[in-house]
Design a protein around this ligand. Structure first.
Ligand SMILES: [Zn+2]
Length: 261
């Protein structure tokens, strides 16, 4: 059976949690709200990583106004091979090879990431030395976990047309909608090269900017309470209905909002 995998699905994981932590040399530390798994190579960095995670927890709590519903696990993989083999098992895709920019994923029950100290070697887009970006990326994944814990599809395997919302929310709530990224979206709007449908927001080079700014628009136009009310929906039709709008109107409002920024 052919399976179509969207960029989002690749980030957000498919399938059941089948990973067996005990069998892979994982060490475990119980923290408040999460279990932290790491390998011996990362032992010296555990407290550094936990600081990043705890700062992300704080941002999530502030943005959503509530803590996580349940505890979850965080796996810090020593290298891409380890992350890929987990994703292969979780998604039931034995041949899956991640793209060089992919370093992490988050669903309701767990967050997987390549050890940030290994990003310089294992990733084409991320540098551990960029502390601010590293923090935001970890917070981004923690937002996916929070979203998963409130979504009708906790592992995001059964979603239709909400890539922009899931990724946009994680981008916006983690502070990744910075001025430079928003300026690039505005330039694209002026050049008339922005997507004409929501399905195309989480695509291409500006996917974080497009999706993040759409969620920023929803937050600032409809309000935080309305944005939070969208968390359970896994279908875009229900999202639009809840907002009392349609796709064309939403896009029109977003364009105006961004051009006035
Ligand atoms: Zn994401």
């Amino acid at each position: 059976m052919a399976r179509i995998i969207s960029n989002l699905a690749m980030l957000l994981l498919f399938g059941a949690f089948t990973f067996q932590p005990e069998s892979a040399g994982w060490l475990r530390e119980q923290k408040s709200g999460y279990a932290f798994y790491y390998t011996a190579a990362d032992k010296p960095r555990v407290s550094e990583y936990n600081k990043l995670i705890e700062s992300g927890f704080k941002s999530v709590r502030e943005f959503f106004g509530k803590p996580y519903k349940t505890e979850f696990s965080i796996f810090t993989h020593p290298n891409r091979h380890s992350l890929d083999s987990t994703w292969q098992k979780d998604w039931g895709m034995p041949d899956f090879k991640s793209e060089c920019w992919m370093v992490a994923s988050g669903v309701a029950t767990k967050l997987d990431l390549i050890s940030p100290a290994a990003w310089d070697k294992e990733s084409c887009e991320h540098k551990y030395s960029n502390k601010e970006e590293t923090q935001k990326l970890i917070t981004h994944e923690l937002v996916h976990v929070y979203h998963g814990q409130h979504n009708q599809s906790p592992d995001f395997s059964d979603i239709t047309g909400i890539d922009w919302l899931a990724e946009g929310l994680a981008t916006y709530a983690s502070g990744q909608c910075d001025a430079a990224r928003m300026a690039r979206v505005k330039e694209a709007l002026i050049a008339n090269t922005t997507p004409n449908k929501l399905d195309d927001f989480w695509k291409g080079q500006l996917r974080y900017g497009f999706s993040g700014s759409m969620v920023m628009f929803v937050d600032q136009h409809y309000g935080r309470e309305k944005l939070l009310a969208l968390l359970p929906y896994n279908r875009v039709d229900d999202v639009l209905k809840s907002l009392g709008t349609n796709e064309a109107e939403l896009l029109k409002g977003w364009k105006q909002f961004m051009l006035e920024k």
